[in-house]
Design a protein around this ligand. Structure first.
Ligand SMILES: [Zn+2]
Length: 137
């Protein structure tokens, strides 16, 4: 049963769905999401405890080919890990994928005690993060 205010779905626009789909398929399945739907306009993955993530194609004439997290709009998305090992494992997967790593796995105690995360981008430059927080506020 979903609770008020929890995320139901997150929908992202990508410049090339054929390029982004294998990327998201790999990282989302690592986190337990299952591919559930592929239509003309979107691809969707779903995880019972987190909701749905969709990607859809940008308009062919879009004027903003690279995502800029310092402009109004999405800055980044942080996913939870159950352990530091999972953060390290995803990092290895990202290296295999040839993904852009912004910051390799490390402790970021300035965010919270024991905060351990890897920061990377999707093929369009959307910043993503996998974090293990020993104490979730
Ligand atoms: Zn973050």
């Amino acid at each position: 049963m979903a609770s008020l205010g929890s995320l139901n779905h997150l929908s992202l626009t990508v410049s090339d769905r054929d390029r982004s789909e294998p990327f998201y398929n790999t990282i989302l399945q690592f986190m337990g999401y299952q591919p559930v739907e592929r239509t003309e306009t979107y691809t969707m993955w779903w995880l019972e405890t987190a909701g749905a993530i969709l990607i859809s194609s940008a308009k062919p004439d879009c004027t903003n080919p690279i995502h800029d997290r310092y402009s109004p709009g999405l800055h980044h998305i942080g996913f939870n890990a159950d352990s530091r090992e999972q953060v390290d494992q995803l990092y290895q997967l990202l290296v295999q994928l040839g993904a852009t790593i912004l910051d390799p796995p490390a402790e970021y105690n300035q965010y919270a005690p024991g905060y351990y995360a890897v920061f990377f981008t999707d093929p369009d430059g959307i910043k993503l993060e996998l974090v293990h927080m020993p104490i979730v506020p």
